[in-house]
Ligand binder design. Structure first.
Ligand code: CO
Length: 490
C-alpha cells in the first residue's frame, strides 16, 4: 500500500531541521519562564555536550558529529534554575574562528575548501570535544572518542586545556566518550569507580581499558589486541566484566587519504558478517583471556546496561540497527529521509560464557536511542530503561518522545512532544533520599521547532506518561545535543 509522507509524519521536517541551526551565542541568565515548579530537592547541575556550530564561517559542515563542542549547564538551586553555555576552546575552534573557514577535516566528511587536492593526505583531525561531559576526580571533562579530554572549570565552564589524566594518557591517545561508573566496585570494597576504554584502530586494533578511583587515580589498566578494524563507540560493564560489540564494519582508507571522503564516510557495513562480542574480565588477578562470542550482523552505537544473570551468563541490552546508518551521496543530514533508514531498536543479548553462544531477542519495535538508567543500577539487573523515542510505535523518525521501558513486563510508558518537540538523551537523577529504582527525576532537553527555542522538562520517573512536572523554557535554541551528566550538590 502506498501512503503519502504527510500521513505518516508526526512532525514538520522544516521545523525539525532548524534544530540543527548553529548557536554561536554564549548566554548566562536566570530562567524565568517556567511551567510548573522546580522540585526544591532537585539541587545540582545538568551538563550537556553537543555540536554548537553546524557551520564554520558560514560554510555548512557535512555532519553534526563534526560540529564544535558546546557545553550547556542548567543549575538548580532552591527551586530556581540558571542557564549557561560555553564553547570548548579547542585549538581547532580558536583557529577556525579566527580564519572564518574550515582548516581541518572532520571525521564525518567536513572538508577544507579547495576540493580533494587540498584535503589529500591531510590526516590531521580536529579534536572537537563534542560528545559527552563528565565529572570525575574533581574535574569536569569534555570527551570526544578519538582524542584526549578537555578539562573545564565546573562553574564558569572556562576551558582549562587538554587533560592527560595525570599521565595516564599520552598525546594522540583516544579516550572514549562513554565511560561507565560502577556504583559499587567489588575490587575496591564497594567504592564507585569509573571504567573507560580507548582504541587505536586500523588493520588491527589495540583496546586499552582503565579503571579510576573517585579521586581520579588510576586503579587498574589492561591492554588487548583485537583482530581487524573496530568502530566501538560505547560499551557496558557488569561487576566482573567489560563488554564490547565489534560491529561488522570495514574501513577503506583510500577515499579518506585521497581527500574525497571523511574517515567516518569510509566505513563499510558487511551485513553477511557476524557481530563479535568481546567480554573482558575486569578482575586484575584474572588469568582468563577475553571471551569472543558471535551474534548476527547489526550496528550498535549505544548499550543501555548489562548484568550477570548467573556466574556464566551475561545479559546486555543494546540499541541495534540492521545496518550502519549512512547518508546517501546527494543527501545531507538536514534532508535525510528517515523512512529510508533502519530504526534503532532495543534488543537483549544473552551471552553464555559456558557454551560461548549468544541468544538475541527484540524487546520492543519502537525506534529508540540514547538509553539511560538509574546510576545505582549500572551493571545490575535494572528493571527500567529511559530512552528518546519516536512518536509512532513503528518506523524511523526523529526522536520526539520520552520512553520508559519496563524490561520485566515489556510495557512502555510514553510521553510525546509531537508535533513540534524533539527530545535529547534523558538523564536519571535519583531523589536525594530515594531508595528504589523508580525514585527520581528524568531530565530531558527538548527543542521546540515551532518556537525555535529549547526547554528542559523534568519528569517524575514513576509517571512518565503523565507528562512533565516542570518545564523550563530557554530564550533561544540549543542545537540537538549528544550526551551529558548531572552533578548533584552534596
Ligand atoms: Co554516544
Amino acid at each position: 500500500m502506498n501512503i503519502t509522507l504527510t500521513e505518516t509524519l508526526a512532525y514538520n521536517p522544516q521545523e525539525w531541521s532548524k534544530g540543527y541551526d548553529s548557536q554561536p551565542e554564549e548566554f548566562d541568565y536566570l530562567i524565568t519562564t517556567l511551567e510548573g515548579e522546580i522540585p526544591p530537592t532537585l539541587q545540582g547541575t545538568l551538563y550537556r555536550n553537543g555540536p554548537g556550530l553546524l557551520d564554520i564561517g558560514g560554510i555548512p559542515i557535512r555532519h553534526p558529529f563534526d560540529g564544535d563542542g558546546m557545553i550547556s549547564a542548567v543549575t538548580f538551586k532552591n527551586s530556581q534554575a540558571w542557564f549557561k553555555n560555553r564553547f570548548i576552546q579547542t585549538q581547532g575552534y580558536i583557529e577556525e574562528k579566527e580564519a572564518k573557514k574550515p582548516l581541518y577535516r572532520g571525521v564525518f566528511g567536513t572538508a577544507k575548501l579547495g576540493g580533494w587536492l587540498s584535503n589529500a593526505f591531510d590526516v590531521r583531525l580536529k579534536n572537537i570535544a563534542n560528545t559527552n561531559v563528565i565529572s570525575w576526580g574533581n574535574k569536569l571533562l569534555a570527551l570526544w572518542e578519538a582524542d584526549v579530554p578537555y578539562r573545564l572549570q565546573s562553574d564558569s565552564l572556562e576551558t582549562l586545556g587538554l587533560d592527560y589524566l595525570d599521565g595516564v594518557l599520552q598525546p594522540g591517545d583516544s579516550f572514549s566518550a562513554h565511560p561507565r561508573i560502577d556504583p559499587n566496585c567489588i575490587f575496591d570494597n564497594g567504592q564507585p569507580c569509573l571504567v573507560n576504554f580507548g582504541l587505536k584502530t586500523g588493520l588491527s586494533t589495540t583496546l586499552n581499558l582503565w579503571e579510576f578511583a573517585p579521586d581520579g587515580k588510576l586503579l587498574r589498566e589492561q591492554k588487548h589486541e583485537i583482530k581487524g578494524f573496530a568502530f566501538i563507540h560505547d560499551f557496558a560493564i557488569t561487576p566482573h566484566y567489560a563488554i564490547f560489540f565489534q560491529n561488522p564494519v570495514t574501513f577503506n582508507p583510500f577515499p579518506f587519504l585521497l581527500g574525497f571522503k571523511g574517515a567516518g564516510e569510509c566505513v563499510g557495513f558487511n551485513p553477511k558478517e557476524k557481530t563479535k562480542i568481546i567480554i573482558i574480565p575486569r578482575d586484575p588477578n584474572s588469568q582468563k583471556k577475553p571471551y569472543i562470542l558471535e551474534t548476527h550482523s547489526g550496528f550498535v552505537f549505544h548499550h543501555s546496561n548489562a548484568f550477570e544473570a548467573d556466574s556464566q551468563t551475561i545479559c546486555i541490552d543494546s540499541i541495534c540497527y540492521n545496518e550502519f546508518p549512512k547518508l546517501e551521496k546527494n543527501e545531507t543530514y538536514k534532508t535525510v529521509d528517515f523512512q529510508r533508514l533502519a530504526p534503532g531498536q532495543l534488543w537483549r543479548f544473552t551471552l553464555s560464557l559456558k557454551t560461548h553462544t549468544v541468544k538475541s531477542m527484540l524487546l520492543n519495535e519502537r525506534c529508540v536511542e540514547f538509553p539511560s538508567i538509574h546510576p545505582q543500577w549500572v551493571g545490575k539487573n535494572a528493571r527500567y530503561s529511559y530512552m528518546g523515542a519516536t512518536h509512532f510505535s513503528t518506523g524511523n523518525a526523529p526522536l520526539q518522545a520520552l520512553c520508559k521501558f519496563d524490561l520485566e513486563t515489556k510495557e512502555e510508558q510514553i510521553y510525546s512532544f509531537s508535533p513540534s518537540g524533539y527530545v535529547s538523551e534523558p538523564i536519571f537523577v535519583p531523589f536525594p533520599d530515594g531508595k528504589t529504582e523508580e525514585e527520581g527525576w528524568v531530565l530531558v532537553m527538548v527543542y521546540d521547532g515551532k518556537q525555535h527555542r529549547s526547554s528542559i522538562a523534568i519528569f517524575d520517573a514513576e509517571n512518565i506518561s503523565k507528562g512533565y512536572i516542570c518545564r523550563l523554557h530557554l530564550t533561544h535554541h540549543i542545537p540537538y545535543g549528544l550526551h551529558g551528566c548531572f552533578l548533584a550538590i552534596s
